[in-house]
Structures are given as structure tokens and as C-alpha cells.
Design a protein around this ligand. Structure first.
Ligand code: 5RP
Length: 219
């Protein structure tokens, strides 16, 4: 199975985590797109979905799934999303697609976070994938200097604006030995909207697709 087929297998497996009539949270990315398509194929009728990006909202609506405002929903039983990296504690780097802020907000509201991923995403230490940081545009240079002081090499994601009107700095070469501390430290830099470290709110279940099928992993 190549990585696209693994993503599709993980997406299909996630449908079993959802029940008819539920309002669920839905993340962003190619693995999540497989999940949305699989939901529709299985004919699961949701009460609706809270989406983490404009791209996901469009795909959900394309399948006739109602997209609800988070402000109109008190709680979500489950949030389904992919990751760029995930470690054995189910802490993640996310934001390769630039949707990290809304992803973190929707994940915070959900009772369970189910991460769906192909085998390439599983790592021993987070940080080989450049860490995305969403930043208010006027703070870009200041935040970049602060991230460099932490030992990283920030680079502006060119030609990209988030759904919230901000920019992304992708930070290379960070050795993330203590993800929770690093998440707090970067979140504390004025001008940072969100860091793509999901360590304080990690996943509860990982559906990891590999050559031999989909494995269920809990922390
Ligand atoms: C988007 C994300 C995605 O979950 C992450 O980039 C993984 O994407 P894909 O499923 O396409 O590999 O965090 O902001």
C-alpha cells in the first residue's frame, strides 16, 4: 500500500468512530478528505459538522453534510483529523495545510480526538517536519527572531494566508524534547496566534495505516 492508499484506509477506519445523528468536528488535509468521502460512501447521516477550514467546509457541503458554526455547538463527541507527525504519546505536529488554529480550537471542544495517519507520520521525536506557527502579520519579524533564539530556523510560508488572514512561519531544526513546554513557550510569544504543536491536547486514539492494515493505538 502506498501512502495515499494508507491515508484512504485510515480515513475509512475513522468512519467507525462516528455515529448517525452526531455533530462532529472535522479537520483538514488529504487524509481527512478520504474520511469525508468515506462517510458519504457509507451513507452515515450526521447531525452536522464543525469544520476546521474553508476547504473542509466546501468538501463537507459537497457531500450534503451541514456545516455548523462552533459558537452554536456546546460540545462535540469526536474530532477527526490528520497530522504531519505523531509520537508515541500521541502528541502531534500539525498545520502543514495551514489550518492549525481552527484545528486546535475545534479539537479543544471535542471529547475525543481521533488522529488518522499513514505510517510515514509516526516518529520517535517531533521536529523533523518544520513546525508551523501562525502569526499576526505585523509581528512576523519579531516572532521570527524569537523563534531563532529558541534554536529554530523560521521561514515565511510564501504566497500563503491562513483562513484567519495571518501568515505562517515554518520552523526547521527544532529539537522538540519537551513538546508541552515548547508549545507553551511558543504560544507565549506576543504575535503568535497558534503553534502547530498539539501536545497539551494530544490525540486520544491514533488510527495508523501501514502495509498490513490499520492499527489502533492509544497513549
Ligand atoms: C492541516 C493539518 C493536516 O492534518 C496535516 O497537514 C496532515 O495532512 P495530510 O492528511 O494531507 O497528510 O494539520 O493543517
Amino acid at each position: 500500500m502506498d501512502s495515499e492508499a494508507q491515508k484512504a484506509a485510515a480515513g475509512r477506519a475513522a468512519v467507525d468512530e462516528v455515529r448517525e445523528g452526531q455533530v462532529i468536528g472535522v479537520g483538514t488535509g488529504s487524509t481527512v478528505n478520504h474520511f469525508i468521502d468515506a462517510l458519504a460512501e457509507r451513507g452515515i447521516r450526521l447531525g452536522g459538522a464543525v469544520s476546521s477550514s474553508e476547504a473542509t467546509s466546501e468538501r463537507l457541503r459537497g457531500h450534503g453534510i451541514d456545516v455548523l458554526e462552533l459558537n452554536d455547538v456546546d460540545q462535540l463527541p469526536v474530532y477527526i483529523d490528520g497530522a504531519d507527525e505523531i509520537n508515541r504519546h500521541l502528541q502531534m505536529i500539525k498545520g502543514g495545510g495551514g489550518a492549525l488554529t481552527r484545528e486546535k480550537i475545534v479539537a479543544a471542544v471535542a471529547r475525543r480526538f481521533v488522529c488518522i495517519a499513514d505510517a510515514s507520520k509516526r516518529v520517535d521525536m517531533l521536529g523533523a517536519f518544520p513546525l508551523p506557527v501562525e502569526v499576526i502579520p505585523m509581528a512576523r519579524s519579531y516572532v521570527a527572531r524569537e523563534l531563532a533564539a529558541l534554536g529554530g530556523q523560521p521561514e515565511l510560508r510564501r504566497g500563503f494566508t491562513t483562513d484567519n488572514g495571518n501568515v505562517i512561519l515554518d520552523v526547521r531544526n527544532l529539537k522538540i524534547m519537551k513538546p508541552i513546554e515548547m508549545e507553551r513557550t511558543i504560544n507565549n510569544i506576543p504575535g503568535v496566534v497558534t503553534v502547530g504543536l498539539f501536545a497539551q491536547r494530544r490525540a486520544d486514539l491514533l488510527l495508523l495505516a501501514g502495509a498490513n492494515g490499520v492499527e489502533q493505538i492509544t497513549a
